[in-house]
Ligand binder design. Structure first.
Ligand SMILES: [Mn+2]
Length: 330
């Protein structure tokens, strides 16, 4: 198909294909990713797939993350018993399909991601981006930064620091998100926090980058020592200190490899699934402006526990949002 607006054509095709061939997230209504349509529906939360893994440094395949999470969600109800809420009533949750990424063109794909995140934000709704690789927060923050007057906090859950200035000269990799965030005029590194750091894939220069920029780092050992709730509460205090909004990016490899094998770089020694869910419901209670859940790679996990946990990360974030972080059946 030839057109001077391939992004729009591809987007319409993608939505039609999804609607006829695969389930939406939780069976939520499909909606075109259009500001007026989202507003007219009254949606307060929007599932938006980002099937983009062209920036992956190591193992690819996270482009199938959105599809995997949608398929896993077939098993679940929109009613969350621990929180006593129905996501369709509480948030008018919709599925806006996938961002029309452009094969073999990362720059145009990033522009499409920023554009679609902006459409959701302009509708006053909360975008839940399901990736896709960990370069996605870079264009998502383009959309956020263009719309927030004031500073933006940046909360990064990950086994990895992602402070690589570039990889072979490329600046928009899935190992560079924190480097790009601190370069923004409206991001003060004192409002940038990385949580869950561990393992053998963090080079010494990245630790120096964290120290030199005044980024706050919580290692996995500190979390184990102090408890997840105390650490995450402190992290949230930092990203909200003097900011007008904060963004949360969740690399699934922050979770222990035993509960999250379906990811680009599974790491041992990480958060239990229970710790991860407690963390994200506390984050939800503070109402971030946007979020992403990235690096879910279904092909590496035939048991499907990774995509199911991906669903629960969304459930508990929204449950925490609705209940101030305290489940009604605790
Ligand atoms: Mn990581």
């Amino acid at each position: 198909m030839t057109t001077d607006r391939p992004d729009l054509i591809a987007g319409e095709m993608a939505t039609v294909l999804q609607a006829t061939r695969m389930p939406s997230f939780l069976g939520a209504p499909w909606l075109h990713c259009d500001t007026a349509a989202i507003r007219a529906h009254g949606a307060r939360a929007v599932f938006l797939g980002v099937p983009f893994d062209q920036a992956t440094v190591y193992r690819s395949g996270s482009s199938h993350g959105p599809r995997g999470v949608r398929q896993a969600s077939e098993q679940y109800l929109p009613y969350l018993g621990e929180f006593d809420i129905d996501l369709f009533e509480e948030f008018r949750l919709v599925d806006c399909g996938d961002v029309p990424v452009v094969p073999a063109n990362a720059a145009r794909s990033r522009a499409a991601i920023a554009d679609h995140v902006g459409r959701v934000l302009d509708a006053g709704a909360f975008p839940i981006l399901v990736g896709g690789d960990h370069s996605i927060p870079i264009p998502a923050m383009d959309a956020v930064s263009a719309r927030v007057a004031g500073k933006v906090g940046y909360l990064h859950f990950d086994a990895h620091l992602d402070c690589q200035p570039d990889v072979a000269g490329e600046k928009f990799t899935n190992w560079s998100g924190v480097s790009r965030a601190v370069e923004r005029d409206n991001v003060d590194p004192r409002n940038v926090v990385v949580v869950g750091i561990r393992g053998a894939l963090n080079p010494p220069e990245q630790f120096r980058f964290v120290r030199d920029h005044g980024i706050t780092m919580y290692t996995m050992r500190e979390i184990t020592r102090r408890g997840i709730a105390e650490v995450v509460t402190e992290a949230l205090d930092r990203v909200t200190d003097g900011t007008a909004a904060f963004y949360i990016t969740w690399d699934t490899d922050v979770i222990d490899a035993s509960a999250m094998p379906g990811t680009d770089g599974p790491e041992p020694g990480g958060l239990t699934s229970a710790e991860a869910l407690r963390a994200i419901e506390l984050v939800g209670a503070r109402k971030p402006i946007a979020m992403d859940i990235v690096e879910i790679t279904p092909a590496y996990d035939p048991a499907g526990i990774s995509t199911r946990l991906g669903c629960y990360l969304i459930f508990n974030l929204l449950g925490g949002w609705a209940t101030g972080g305290e489940p009604r059946r605790a």
